[in-house]
Design a protein around this ligand. Sequence first.
Ligand code: SF4
Length: 913
Amino acid sequence: MPKLARPPEEVWPQHTETTLFAALSAGHLVVTATNRLARELRGRFARWNMEHGRRVWRTPDILPYATWLSRSYQTIWSDPASPDVPRLLTPAQELAVWEDAVQQSPEGRRLLNAGAAARSAREAWQLWQEYCLNEEAIQAEAGPDTEAFLGWAAAFRDRCRKRQWLDSGRLPRALRGLLAQGKGDIPEEVTLAGFDLVSPMQQELVQTLSEAGCPVWVLQPQEVQSRVACVPCADARQEMDDAARWARELLEESASIRIGIVVPNLQAVREDVLEALEAVLEPERLLPWGGDTPSCINVSLGGPVAETAVGRCALGLLRLGRTTFKTEDFGALLRSRHWAGGESEWAARAELEAAVYAVGEPQWTRTLAEFFLARHGETDCPETARALHRFWARLDDLPRKQSWSQWAETFGEVLRSVGWPGASGQPSASYQAVEAWQECLEGLEQFDQVLEPAGYGEALQRLEQLARETLFQPESGHHPVQVLGLLEAAGSRFDALWVMGLTDEVWPPAARPHPLLPHALQIHSDMPHCAAQRELRFARQVTHRLSTAAPEVVFSLPQRDGDRELQPSPLLADHPRIARDELLPTTVPSLWEQLGQAAEPHWELDEGAPALVEGTRLRGGTGTLKAQALCPFQAFGRFRLQAAAVRPPEPGITALERGNLVHKALETFWAEMQTRERLQGASAETIAATARKGAQKGVEQLAERRPMTLTGRHRELEEDRLTRLLEQWAARELERTPFAVVEREHRVEASFAGARLRIVCDRVDRLDDGRLAVVDYKTGEIRVSDWFAPRLLEPQLPLYALLAETEVAGIFVARIKTGHLEYAGVVGDDQVHLRCRACESMKANAEGLTWQELLEVWRGLLTQLVSEYMRGECAVAPVEEKRSCRFCDLRSLCRLTDRKRYPFFEHDGVDPS
Ligand code: SF4
């Protein structure tokens, strides 16, 4: 069994930075643990040369470990004197071979996600090689999962042997063998930098180098005398804001300072961290014209090519070549400026996108898209429509299957045919992203060597995978603020370092032994993540390294995550605590505050829209009055500005559509049944047949609008569900006193308080004494208290009751939802409904108003709502934020969030809307 991993500096001689740079000048090799350390050492070497008065110097040979292995191996492979050396697979090729091995196995055929299993198997294989495990030892302790893995590994090895391939897992051993045979170039001297731990395989490789006469050194970690402090922060958001303010204060003192900000789980919070830093460090970049100015921040983990604007656009276009594609992807594509019509037709395309979503289908087919473009696109967005027709026509000419390099060529060609990547003169980041995309296409070509020819769908799937896995980091100038992950900080040095988020849940990390290797063997080999003890030891080492990586080190400790209390990592217990105010005595103003301070602000109070003339028709009917009651700005935004969010449709039937289904089904049901008396006398079969008829009518109507969603079995299930619901509801109707349904989905045009409006009433019943009962169907919650609220939050039925020509005895809401079948209402007397008490004895009626008095109160409140709206009153004043804003689309327009975040919105008691 190989020795356990251990830090190299205990074993090998050490270079200081100065002796290392002298060695680099002499052409010696440095191998680093991470890409980022290689970059940093190159920068430090350049500065060292300049400090020594040099204007030119030899390019240093500094390589990350994986790059050095592959370079050394490729040199031997390309030497004609070594004809039998196997070809080294690229990571994507390697994964494709693993996927094939997994998919062809009996276990793999039973898996839902063979791709994920292939990734896991590749990881286990690499650990196996890196920790020099013995196959018999693995077999001896194998459970069912390890058995399956051993089968996949054998199949993978077999494929590689037959085709003369080599994978990255076995690369170090293969290189070691070749070097021992005297092949390849042995470096004169090599230095290892930033290796917290060295695996047994790395040790063996180093041993071979030593035996071949190459001295191996390690770079001595430069520990500085640090001032370390822990500072508590309310939560993760405050931590990011504080780190940004701290960095800004340091940058204001010295522009040449190097600041590190270490973030655990950086990939997940990358965008949040960047936003917080930009808001304080370079707020000008938030301005519309500031996006292309050079940034002082570098986030070490680049984003995937698939997430860049050009990458998203290219993949979105290619997805249109599939039989079906997501509506959301189609909509996003219409927003992209990176293809034909993106600049010239952007406004028309925004309307087209809204029209696409309005269709309501979450999936589209090419036929639907072509029909839609012929109807809407060709006149409004001719360039867009022509490009898409060209694109589809080109795809029609393609063979069903072709080689991977032919697919790479086809994809490049069809993208160019639709004008991708858009206008020239792009900012350099976009230009570099296009180059990164070309690398993905080159990666696709390489599948020729490992995979059979494929069809469009498979080729696109592989390209999407490559674009997701290829990280893109635009190269641009000097970045004094480096944001990096916990493990990337290995060997790096800063002038000041901020480490965030080390709570006891995060640090030390929990053990995560690999699921495909025997646990006991992992512990015995001291593999990464194998046990809590191993994680603790490693975390201690990293914490010590971070604590000595800069003269000033701050660990910030978030105290809450939502409602949860957080505790600091016990590994920070020895570091002194300081208060936030002590660390950040001055307050850095935000962009808005800076803009506000730039000149004497001129405040203008404008919370009124132009008044409407008498007799104006209210566009949203009683919906306008409801919005006015909830928040005047909501009514103004929705019905005068006609502002609404554009959202891609969700899969299945929406809550609104479900409600409409119930309305339509009940309308048909009561058109047949007509009275309570008839319902009472009807047999169970008659009621069931009438309910089924109503359900079919409702589903039929919805299916006309949603043909792709309501098909076959889904349609049957929806009809059955609705039929059962109507049958159950029919039993509830018998709890009422006798009635006849006289109006269904009744629409009335009326004038009220100087405005004209339409009132829609779901149902009107005539009682035995000739009075009316007004009914509204709902699938959501019922709140009778809304009819007694000071702003009359449900104005529809009260207004109908006031305007009806015949006396109205009561108003009801009927809640018709599976498991919730109930009537609730306000009635004048006990004769209207067997279960409803008269108005004055209702709990919600705190003032004990009689029915007639209540009608008069409603008249006053409705008059007030109409008058406010007609006067143009549009203050941002939600009556109850939780309720008013819950389903409101206008947050970005009313700037509710900004109002809370930036208190200067409230100026001298004036609310500048
Ligand atoms: S989000 Fe709230 S405050 Fe803003 S307009 Fe809508 S209801 Fe009013």
